[in-house]
Design a binder for this molecule. Sequence first.
Ligand code: IMP
Length: 185
Amino acid sequence: MDLTHVEDDLELDQTLFTEEQIVSRLKEMAADIERDYEGKDILLVGVLKGAVMVMADLARSLDRHVEMDWMAVSSYGSGTKSSGVVRILKDLDTDLQGRHVLIVEDIIDTGLTLSWLITNLRSRGPASVEIATLLRKPEAQQMEVEVKYVGFDIPNAFVVGYGLDYNEQYRNLRCIGTLSPHVYS
Ligand code: IMP
């Protein structure tokens, strides 16, 4: 689905990222990752469901073998506010002992989910754990964990598309944009 199908639902402002912009930024991030992980095996850990599109395009931009695994955690309810509660809905299939883990995220908002996830994954004995996220909101910068790869820093707005949802909708939108308040108010 492209912008023409949901134009009235989105704010056409600076948070609008086209599919081309997203994919080209992910290619740059992939080049950084290849350089940093030379000679090391990478396990990409995607956080469901939002990171599906980021994982698909980032993984395919890497010109080398990688393994992929998935975790599902709940951090948001059906609205636009963080619940602050994180629960594992689906755990990894892979043993992390000695592995170089790169968490692939769609967006970091409060950073609550990631802080929790990192502590959880680090307790499983990996060689390293780093984070790659397509989007990052301002609050996340107060997080104690360093986010190694960031696609775009965006203002504090609720965005949808390219895997990101509002009430399970808009995930299949090719671009990313801020949801107009009239959609949820
Ligand atoms: P955090 O714990 O506040 O950093 O939120 C992490 C998760 O909340 C993300 O992985 C998303 O699934 C969801 N989320 C945060 N901000 C947005 C947004 O603007 N649009 C859609 N989902 C969001």
